[in-house]
Design a protein. Structure first.
Length: 86
């Protein structure tokens, strides 16, 4: 059975991935807003910034979630082998 400390680390890690998604969208939207104001591209800078931030953030979220899933599956497989050896 996983210790509560390890379970908390997993939730914190996945929560951090969600925060990274929000931060990437917000960062790209802010850059798009500044470009809109400077060049008068309104609303295209914000829209393109939101799309790029969402795509990049979602890519990072999926990559991190798959890595966490593989690590969890690896932990389970190692524990199963350990039980069979006993």
């Amino acid at each position: 059975m996983a210790s509560p400390e390890n379970e908390d680390r997993g939730w914190i890690r996945l929560g951090g991935l969600g925060i990274e998604l929000v931060a990437s969208v917000a960062g790209f939207v802010a850059v798009g807003f500044l470009l809109d104001r400077h060049y008068g591209w309104s609303p295209w800078g914000v829209l393109i910034g939101a799309a790029l931030g969402f795509i990049g953030g979602l890519y990072n979220l999926i990559r991190g979630a798959l890595l966490a899933s593989r690590e969890a599956a690896g932990d389970t497989a190692a524990k199963d082998r350990e039980r069979r050896e006993r």
